[in-house]
Write a protein that binds this ligand. Sequence first.
Ligand code: PGA
Length: 248
Amino acid sequence: MRIIAANWKMNHSPQETLDFFSKWSTLVTQVPEFQQVTSLFFIPNYCWPSVTQFPKVLWGIQNFYPEIKGAFTGECSASIMKELGATWALVGHSERRHLFNESLDFINKKIIFSHQTGLKPILCVGETQAEKADQLLKKVLQSQLESGLKGLTADTPLTIAYEPVWAIGTGLTAKDEDIIEAHNSINECIKNLGFTKPPIILYGGSVKPDNAQSILKLPDVNGLLVGGASLNPHDFFKIVQSANDIEN
Ligand code: PGA
């Protein structure tokens, strides 16, 4: 089973969300055996009334504050989003780490809170261009995983997205050997941290319909996290279809 996740970021209005899923539903119903792949959508929060008109669509939140409620002006409650139908949460995305200064500790709080709330988190990890140039890939992954997963029980099911920061939204994709090395390091690190279940590891960073399948064929790549190319239902459908073709 593969996971192909869409990260819409701050794109698509409620009306555009309705339009997207009307087209999406038509595309998906043309492929009845489309069951080898789980597709899910990280939408802007204000699009929930639109997405919930399509009950088969799995969706999640891009951000939340890790407390049940309280004086946190402007923040979003994970448990309320869950009540509204969200089932997944993105945590540690590079834009949250770098543009909004989310610290390793804060990301860990969000991971723990997400599990407590019953939302399945995807923990995003990845190195910057400078860290790559300094050959710090393994160190960075180790530090982001160790701190991000602190306090979870050994049998927690884990979903990790490897997203090299320099590949996000740039049109640059990591080379095959870099993806293999990173996914292998993630597996090793998670084993060394004492987790008993192998993680699901997604790759993200400039995934497009024309490179999705070759990335999905690499060892230890269990799925994709797609930004720009997930905004168009036809492009995202082609990516999900690539994953489905490999499984069949
Ligand atoms: P991209 O974004 O596919 O546009 O590079 C990926 C992401 O930010 O998750």
